[in-house]
Structures are given as structure tokens and as C-alpha cells.
Ligand binder design. Structure first.
Ligand SMILES: [Zn+2]
Length: 207
């Protein structure tokens, strides 16, 4: 196998949920396409990439809208400034929005903090979160909702965030809450149905 092919396989192996065997299948599939098809594939990829940017506030990937660096949610001044929800991934925002039961703002961590991880700040957007939280505490914030997956990694991430954010909210009458147990153990937020998320939000509790 040439170095080029190996490199291609490595690229696919970095995809979420893709193992080494599947990565190899993807790579070999692409290699059987003709060059015209590959060219149009890479062009669509680049065009799609150019059309999106990370929101300057919540950090999620959203379609660029010209003048603002904010996504549609962060740019919407009519949302509830008292609520700030921290989620792990972009897709979690979509799931919560679909539930229609949350009208506050978001922050996307960009991942979770694995148990025993020694450098969480290199894995998730820690300093940006602290900055955003501090600025929201001056703008009417009353509650930070940690909306994480209900698995050991999610629990660990919640503990980590609580410790991280406590000094920022101390003495300011801002509570930190966790989603209620409406979500069953092991559930990932992105796969939860709107009704479940609605209940989990309704039953959230201070940590
Ligand atoms: Zn945003």
C-alpha cells in the first residue's frame, strides 16, 4: 500500500465513529471513482467549508451570513439572557432546539473531558467558556445549564465544568444546574427525542 493511500485511510479513521476497517473501505471506494467525480467531490467539500464559520459567541458551526460572526441563535436578541446552556457538540444544540422548550443561549464545548484526562483545556474550549460566562454574568445571567450526555464521561465533564465555573459565578446569585434524569443512563443528548429533552429540562436540578 502506498504512503498516499495510507494517509487517506488515516484521514478517514479520524472521522467520528469510524474504525480502521471502515476507514479503509471509504478510502478504497474513493480510489475507484474517476478523476472528474473526485474533483467535483472535493469542490463541494471546499465550497461547503467556505460557507460556514464558527460562531463568535457559542462556537458552533453555522452558515455565514455576511456581516456578523454570530450564528442565528446568538444574534437573536429576543432570546432569554438569563439562561446559558453548555453542550458538548454542535448537534446537541439542534436536538435541544428541536424540543422547542429552551429559549436561552448556548455554548458548545467542542467535546467532552475524558476521565483521567490531564489537559482538558487542550480538548475543550475552556478559556472561551470562562470568558463568555463572565460576560454573561454582567448581562442578567441567572442560570448555567450543563446539558451533557448521561454517561461517565458526561458526568466527569459536568464535575469539571462545575469546578471551573464556580469561581466565576460565586456570590452572584447564579446557579449551575444539570439536566434532570428524564434522560435514561447512557443516553447521548443528540439521540434524545424532543419530549425527553423537554422533561429533562423541566426536571433540571442545581449541582
Ligand atoms: Zn452562536
Amino acid at each position: 500500500v502506498s504512503d498516499f493511500i495510507e494517509k487517506l485511510v488515516e484521514e478517514f479513521a479520524r472521522f467520528p465513529g469510524v474504525g480502521p476497517r471502515q476507514a479503509k473501505r471509504f478510502a478504497y471506494y474513493l480510489l475507484t471513482r474517476n478523476e472528474e467525480k473526485l474533483k467535483s467531490f472535493t469542490e463541494s467539500l471546499l465550497k461547503a467549508r467556505k460557507s460556514v464559520a464558527h460562531c463568535g459567541s457559542c462556537g458552533r458551526l453555522s452558515v455565514k451570513s455576511g456581516k456578523t460572526s454570530l450564528c442565528a441563535i446568538c444574534a437573536d436578541a429576543s432570546r432569554d439572557k438569563t439562561l446559558f446552556m453548555v453542550v458538548a457538540h454542535d448537534v446537541d444544540v439542534e436536538s435541544v432546539e428541536k424540543s422547542g422548550s429552551y429559549k436561552g443561549y448556548y455554548f458548545v464545548l467542542g467535546g467532552m473531558v475524558p476521565i483521567l484526562d490531564e489537559k482538558p483545556e487542550e480538548r475543550v474550549r475552556v478559556s472561551e467558556l470562562k470568558k463568555q460566562t463572565a460576560s454573561r454574568t454582567r448581562d442578567g445571567l441567572t442560570e448555567i445549564i450543563l446539558a451533557l450526555d448521561l454517561n461517565p464521561e458526561g458526568e466527569h465533564t459536568g464535575e469539571y465544568l462545575k469546578t471551573l465555573l464556580s469561581p466565576t459565578v460565586a456570590g452572584k446569585n447564579i446557579k449551575i444546574t444539570l439536566l434532570g434524569r428524564g434522560l435514561s443512563t447512557g443516553t447521548e443528548l443528540q439521540y434524545s427525542d424532543p419530549e425527553t429533552i423537554k422533561n429533562a429540562l423541566k426536571n433540571r436540578a442545581s449541582v
